[in-house]
Design a binder for this molecule. Structure first.
Ligand code: ZN
Length: 881
């Protein structure tokens, strides 16, 4: 393990490699403990590089067996080994030569799940970002593109499947009960896209004909007997392939596309060329075991990894600072795909909720970094919400600024100009500029400045002159910004909403560039005058959440209430309602802290009641409106001196009041809603289930009718209803007999299904209050818990630390100590997952004094541990800085 503090790697230090690898021939002789990897690299010295310049290859935890240059073994003084790799000093004078390296690795001992490892008896790889160097010595950097040929040899009985990237060109039997397969990938690729899978799995097969006529075999590999549960993933894959052809003109480029599902995986999934490897929770689904959210996740992640074939694989990143080039764009593409498959406004609301729950706190805390970071010491810690989600928002803003047509021209140019390249953000921006003529210099600051910009808004209507004025001031606060903060180019979609709810016309505008329904905010301050506005409007701002900013509008509750009822943009209606609710929740929290009674606003309740009863609105939309801002969201808005208990109490009381006021309608809605039978996972039925289950939670809140939830649980014919009912029972009546019975029924039914048991762990981890920690500790000692399985760790300890504000933030600090101990324990096994886990404490400074002191102590004590991985140390040092 590399335990030293890594030196920071800086974007400005990038320089091209002295050597290229034109061709790679890999040979794997698989063995559980002693796998031999023979790598023959066709090396080429780059032009202008001095003869004999040392060649430094990356390596991590490798045993070197032999090394030869042009078939001559190197003596020990010809190279130098270090913990990070090998430096070869004796090289031939010619500019091309071959390097043959044999390494020995132990896949069974590899618990970091990076490189080649074992999962359920199978062999599997994960190489992004820097896992390939754990297989063999290599130029493990994304700008080294090479053509891979891979021969795999293994035991015919235990590993009948031998898979790698590209097309299979040869296979056959060998002596001693072994067999082999050869795979050739004609598309040059960086090593992080390399994949190997060898094992024994069942397969679901289908075919896809691309629009130019290529017949592609589609194969999804899952555990034997689970093949039917891959049907939805297959359907999602076929729809993704078709959508990418129709919307982006991107066709698939090999004869076979494979997905392998494994149960031990650090990430969600990985886009290796032609051979995606998936966390099995994002492949397997049937009504008995998967919720509607699981189905939606599978659809989105299958699409995401498939879309990477062009945005990531065909055009890859020059270096890891450019990670957002492939991730931001591909997230944007998968969001658009899901919006087309499902309801666009509902999807957009869910995205914004996710952004506020994860990215905004990251941007406001010590782990903030630009969408394109300029330095890192451990790249694994930059697979963040900022790179992915904010990166996607930036792509969305490009489209808002240059328009649909401009966006299409820019992407066409990007694919045409950079196919086969390892590209940069500058290359991407240049395509937009060249294709549309737009000047995007100021806009490109979105990639460089960390922090969430804020817009302060004031409005004024001058009745006599029929003039409406908006004053906008932008500001940016970030804990990590050093030097000058430059004003950003922020596209703000807007409407001037008249008394009847329609958008009012205006005859002219001064003070800012306004194109269509977009105000281009570019200056620190704008005073924007709309002339010829016949009636006093209410301004609707940031429609569709056109920019990832916060906004402080100086407006009365009555204006928010008006927009919540009348804005013609569905997102903006939801946003107005949320703002109104947030104002209430903050006031209520303040009241709880100062010992006053909490009063909920009749206006908020009335609007919620209207939305609940409005059958012209989609059920999924109504369900989202009934979910008030989360505790974490309220905490983020409050910003400092946070008391999670007060937030919980305030929110519960407001919800209780709303539930009691709306009870009759809730009951009528609950009785009336009947999702299609038998179960269909489509968006419409899912929406009906989500509204029905949301009303169930509120009814139980108002009436204490635990039996209703228990009945919902036992009558359920699908996992959404079963898991939602179990949540209602566990979270609202943790001590009820019905709850204990339901938890045990659920456990007994799914004991042998790890993906479903993760839900069982997660639901219990989120039961609020004082006993939560003891419950979680107990569960972590149970036989079915495993520290080696990332899904299980995330389900129990991740859910507790992120999703259980009162339990985790216990006033005595025991929750923090528990998480720090858990992180230390996990760090010995899987540093990457451990580092992710401890980010739950990134906002410790915002807590009230007693808690933040405890958190500080726990973090410092973890940092003082001797054997910390670079991953965890990096997060801790930044969190405490
Ligand atoms: Zn991705």
């Amino acid at each position: 393990m590399r335990t030293q503090t890594g030196t920071a790697i800086l974007l400005e230090d990038y320089r091209p490699s002295d050597y290229q690898i034109d061709k790679v021939d890999l040979d794997f002789s698989l063995d559980a403990q002693e796998t031999l990897v023979t790598s023959i690299l066709s090396m080429r010295r780059a032009e202008g590089v001095a003869e004999g310049a040392p060649l430094v290859l990356h390596g991590d935890e490798l045993e070197l067996v032999s090394i030869a240059v042009n078939d001559t073994a190197l003596s020990e003084d010809g190279y130098e080994l270090s913990a990070d790799g090998i430096s070869i000093n004796k090289l031939p004078a010619s500019d091309v030569f071959t390097l043959k390296i044999v390494t020995k690795i132990n896949p069974t001992a590899n618990k970091k799940l990076m490189g080649l490892y074992r999962t359920s008896g199978n062999f599997c790889t994960q190489c992004e970002a820097e896992g390939f160097r754990r297989i063999t010595y290599y130029l493990d950097r994304p700008d080294i593109l090479s053509v891979f040929t891979v021969r795999i040899e293994g035991d015919s009985k235990t590993v009948p499947l031998l898979l790698s990237n590209g097309n299979c060109t040869d296979k056959g039997s060998l002596e001693n009960g072994r067999h082999f397969a050869v795979w050739h990938d004609p598309h040059p690729k960086p090593a992080y896209l390399f994949a190997l899978f060898a094992g024994d799995l069942g397969v679901l097969k289908d075919r896809f004909k691309t629009r130019s006529g290529r017949d592609v075999a589609l194969e999804i590999y899952v555990e034997h007997g689970k093949e039917p549960r891959a049907a939805y993933a297959m359907d999602s894959l076929i729809r993704s392939m078709k959508w990418d052809e129709e919307v982006y003109g991107c066709e698939y480029d090999l004869d076979i596309f494979m997905i392998v599902a494994v149960s031990d995986f650090n990430m969600g999934a990985m886009e290796n060329k032609g051979l995606n490897v998936f966390n099995d929770k994002y492949v397997l689904a049937d009504p008995e075991t998967a919720t509607d959210q699981d189905y939606a996740n599978i659809e989105a992640i299958i699409a995401h990894e498939y879309f990477h074939n062009w945005t990531g694989n065909r055009i890859t990143c020059r270096d890891w600072f450019q990670l957002c080039l492939k991730e931001g764009l591909t997230v944007y593409r998968d969001h658009s795909f899901s919006a087309d498959m499902r309801s666009a406004p509902v999807k957009r609301i869910a995205e914004v909720r996710g952004l506020r729950a994860h990215q905004f706190p990251e941007d406001a805390g010590p782990l903030a970094h630009p969408v394109r970071p300029r330095r890192y010491s451990e790249i694994n810690n930059f697979y963040t919400s900022t790179v992915y989600e904010k990166g996607s928002e930036v792509v969305g803003m490009f489209k808002t600024i240059v328009g649909e047509e401009g966006y299409k021209r820019a992407l066409d140019l990007y694919f045409e100009r950079h196919d086969g390249d390892a590209a940069t953000i500058e290359d991407f921006i240049k395509c937009f500029e060249d294709a549309t003529g737009a000047d995007l210099k100021q806009f490109s600051l979105w990639y460089d400045q960390a922090g969430t910009p804020n817009l302060a808004i004031e409005t004024n209507y001058d009745e006599a002159h029929k003039r409406f004025t908006i004053n906008i001031a932008q500001s940016l606060k970030s804990s990590v910004v050093t030097g000058n903060v430059e004003p950003m180019h922020i596209p703000v979609r807007f409407g001037l909403v008249g008394p009847q709810g329609n958008d009012l016309a205006y005859s002219g505008v001064t003070g800012a560039d306004v194109t269509g329904d977009v105000i281009h905010v570019r200056e620190p301050k704008h005073s924007i005058h709309f002339e010829g506005v016949e009636q006093a409007p209410v301004i609707s701002l940031l429609r569709g959440f056109s920019a990832p900013v916060t906004i402080i509008p100086e407006r009365a509750d009555s204006e928010l209430a008006f927009l919540a009822r009348h804005d013609n943009d569905e997102f903006a209606r939801w946003e107005a309602l949320s703002s109104l609710a947030m104002r209430q929740l903050r006031q209520a929290t303040h009241d709880v802290e100062s010992g006053k009674a909490v009063k909920s606003s009749p206006e908020l309740t009335t609007i919620l009641h209207e939305i609940l009863s409005d059958e012209t609105l989609e059920p999924a939309y109504r369900a989202l409106c009934l979910s008030l801002p989360s505790e974490a969201n309220i905490a983020r808005e409050i910003g400092s001196d946070i008391n999670p208990d007060a937030i919980y109490t305030a929110r519960s009381q407001i919800l209780d009041d709303i539930a009691k006021e709306c009870l009759a309608t809730l009951q009528a809605t609950y009785d009336k809603l009947n999702p299609a039978k038998p179960f269909v996972p489509d968006a419409t039925s899912a929406g009906i289930r989500s509204l029905r289950n949301r009303t169930l939670g509120l009814i139980v809140r108002a009436t204490g009718d635990v039996e209703l939830a228990a009945k919902h649980f036992s009558n359920a014919d699908n996992m959404t209803d079963r898991a939602d009912a179990l949540s209602v029972l566990a979270l609202q009546a943790p001590d009820a007999e019905e709850t204990a019975l339901a938890l045990e029924t659920f456990r007994a039914r799914y004991a042998d299904n790890p993906i479903v048991m993760d839900k069982w762990f997660a639901i219990q981890a989120m039961i609020p209050g004082g006993g939560a920690l003891e419950r979680v500790e107990q569960l972590s000692k149970s036989e079915s818990f495993s520290w080696e399985n990332p899904n299980r760790v995330r389900a129990l300890i991740g859910s507790f630390s992120v999703g259980n504000a009162t339990g985790f933030n216990r006033a005595d600090g025991a929750g923090y100590r528990f998480l720090c101990n858990a992180t230390a324990r996990l760090d010995d096994i899987n540093p990457q997952v451990a580092a992710r886990l401890i980010t739950a404490m990134r906002s410790w400074r915002n807590l009230e004094k007693k808690r933040s002191d405890f958190a500080h102590e726990a973090l410092k004590s973890l940092l003082s541990k001797e054997k910390l991985s670079r991953d965890v140390r990096d997060i801790l040092e930044r969190t405490l800085a």
